[in-house]
Each structure stands twice: as structure tokens, then as C-alpha cells.
Design a protein around this ligand. Structure first.
Ligand SMILES: CC(C)(COP(=O)(O)OP(=O)(O)OC[C@H]1O[C@@H](n2cnc3c(N)ncnc32)[C@H](O)[C@@H]1OP(=O)(O)O)[C@@H](O)C(=O)NCCC(=O)NCCS
Length: 166
């Protein structure tokens, strides 16, 4: 992904929206060995809220807030979890609608499980879910943007910077 360079350049340290212009080429059956992906259930709430609180320290995610998000319909969320042995929540990602297109939101991997491809598989799974739900485009909102997060999303096809979506 090293040579990819968007036009216009993406500002760093800001809230930015990146769009995947087509969902047709997304992997149809993404998996990560050892970490099956499921739709989140009540039993996963504590694990999800713990990961989100560690991953986004400037926000507070109570189990109740996560419950509302998961069972909606306020945000039309569907949340997925990658589970380790014993049902430990290793990572999470959510699908919803934003700006009239799909959104992959609240992507986070537990610090003990990072750099094993879990977030990659979760994003691909969520994109495939959005495609099956009828969306043709999806966005990811980064806030704040960093060179690492931009590269992460670009590698997953979210490579169109849309300054008009904020
Ligand atoms: C970003 C995050 C979700 C990545 O989770 P992960 O499960 O470790 O991601 P993956 O293993 O699928 O990584 C895929 C690729 O992303 C890139 N990447 C991931 N974390 C990175 C980091 N800290 N620094 C640089 N590149 C990184 C790498 O290219 C990596 O591939 P590699 O391991 O083969 O080099 C995780 O670090 C996290 O929860 N961070 C806090 C919350 C957050 O920033 N969420 C994203 C919102 S924009």
C-alpha cells in the first residue's frame, strides 16, 4: 500500500470520511483462522464495551450504550464480533447507514489480539454484509485520521477521500 496517494491529500489529525466506491469486489466469505465471526449477542456486550473503551479512550461506552446500538433500531446497527476460545471477544465491527450509504463503524481489536488480521476480517465481513443488504457503497469515518488508519482503510478498499461528507 506504500505508493498509494489520494487526491486531494487527506488531512491528518481530523475527522475524515473515506469511501469504498464499489462493494462488488469484496471477499464473499472472509474468515480469520481461530477467530470465528458472529453477529453480536447479549453475552458479548461486556467484551465489546471493554474493547471500545480501551480503543477509543476519549469516548465512554457503557454496556447499556452498546446494547442500544446493537439491538437498535435507533442507529440501524448490526454488530459483529470475532471470538476466541471460550467466547472471549477479540474484536468488533458494526454496520449501519450513514450519508445514505453503508458504513463500517466502531472497528476495534482488543490490544492483546492486534496484528493478527482480525480487524481486516471483521471489516471485510461487515462490507460483505452491507453488500448483501443492498448497499453499493460504504464509508468509514476516521476521527482523527492518522497515516496508519488511512493506510489500514485504503488497503481494505476505502480509498476515496470525500471532504464533502462530514
Ligand atoms: C486499528 C485496529 C482496529 C487494527 O486492528 P488489528 O486487528 O490489529 O488489524 P489487522 O491485524 O487486521 O491489521 C491489518 C493491517 O493494518 C495495518 N496496521 C494495523 N495496526 C497498525 C499499527 N498500529 N501501525 C501501523 N499499521 C497498522 C498493518 O498494515 C496491518 O497489516 P500487517 O499486520 O500485515 O502489517 C486496532 O489497532 C485498534 O483497535 N485500534 C484502536 C481503534 C481504532 O483506531 N480503530 C480504527 C478506527 S479508524
Amino acid at each position: 500500500m506504500g505508493l498509494w496517494s489520494p487526491t486531494p491529500p487527506i488531512p491528518l489529525g481530523q475527522r475524515v470520511t473515506l469511501v469504498r466506491n464499489s462493494l462488488e469486489d469484496c471477499p464473499r466469505d472472509p474468515r480469520i483462522p481461530g477467530f470465528p465471526i458472529f453477529t453480536a449477542l447479549e453475552k458479548d456486550l461486556k467484551g465489546i464495551s471493554s474493547i471500545l473503551n480501551q480503543s477509543f479512550p476519549d469516548r465512554a461506552f457503557s454496556a447499556e450504550a452498546v446494547r442500544k446500538s446493537i439491538i437498535g433500531p435507533a442507529y440501524a446497527f448490526c454488530t459483529f464480533v470475532a471470538l476466541d476460545v471460550g467466547g472471549v471477544v477479540a474484536g468488533t465491527a458494526s454496520a449501519r447507514r450513514r450519508y445514505g450509504i453503508g458504513e463500517v463503524a466502531w472497528v476495534a481489536t482488543h490490544p492483546d489480539y492486534r496484528r493478527r488480521g482480525i480487524a481486516t476480517a471483521l471489516v471485510q465481513f461487515t462490507v460483505n454484509y452491507l453488500r448483501e443488504s443492498g448497499f453499493t457503497e460504504a464509508c468509514a469515518v476516521l476521527g482523527p485520521s492518522t497515516s496508519e488508519s488511512i493506510a489500514f482503510w485504503a488497503a481494505l478498499g476505502f480509498d476515496h477521500y470525500r471532504p464533502d461528507l462530514k
